[in-house]
Design a protein around this ligand. Structure first.
Ligand code: FES
Length: 162
């Protein structure tokens, strides 16, 4: 069976069983290794992607469920060589130890900023509540996330108004 999947703005035709986890398709068929396999149970967040701008856990999502939607992976966040403000903030804050969880942290904050222009520190913390960092780098990750909110707001102010 052939499925049409839109990932990072590109349509892919894939011959995969419809129940295949989206994560497997992204990594194995499309060579998009931003999303990571962590728990495989929908609990750690390492495999997160955006689906129509909302964070979703691709390890527990059958690929068929993503058909007809727009999937964005970590690789698709930058535009014209310009990093997403969230990526920029995590680099500036050097908020990684091993880095395995960062895909999920960045995708989760991107999803938050997609729906809240100016989230509070409480909202940032709540958004990341179910993302696990095994190194215990949560303090730096929260600092990076709050930096992302600031960079995002600055860019919004600089953007030309229509
Ligand atoms: Fe998907 Fe942990 S690998 S939530």
């Amino acid at each position: 069976m052939t499925l049409k999947l839109t990932v990072n703005g590109k349509v892919h035709e894939l011959s995969v069983p419809p129940q295949t986890p989206l994560l497997n398709v992204l990594r194995n068929d499309l060579a998009l290794n931003g999303p990571k396999y962590g728990c495989g149970l929908g609990e750690c967040g390492a495999c997160s992607v955006l689906i129509d701008g909302m964070a979703a856990r691709s390890c527990v999502l059958p690929v068929a469920a993503a058909v007809g939607h727009s999937v964005t992976t970590l690789e698709g966040l930058s535009h014209h060589g310009q990093l997403d403000p969230v990526q920029q903030a995590f680099i500036e804050a050097q908020a990684a130890q091993c880095g395995y969880c960062l895909n999920g942290m960045i995708i989760t904050i991107r999803a938050l900023l997609n729906h809240h222009d100016d989230p509070s520190a409480h909202q940032v913390r709540a958004a990341l509540e179910h993302n696990i960092c095994r190194c215990g780098t949560h303090v730096e990750i929260l600092q990076a996330a709050e930096r992302a909110v600031v960079i995002n707001a600055d860019l919004r102010q600089e953007a030309p108004h229509e």
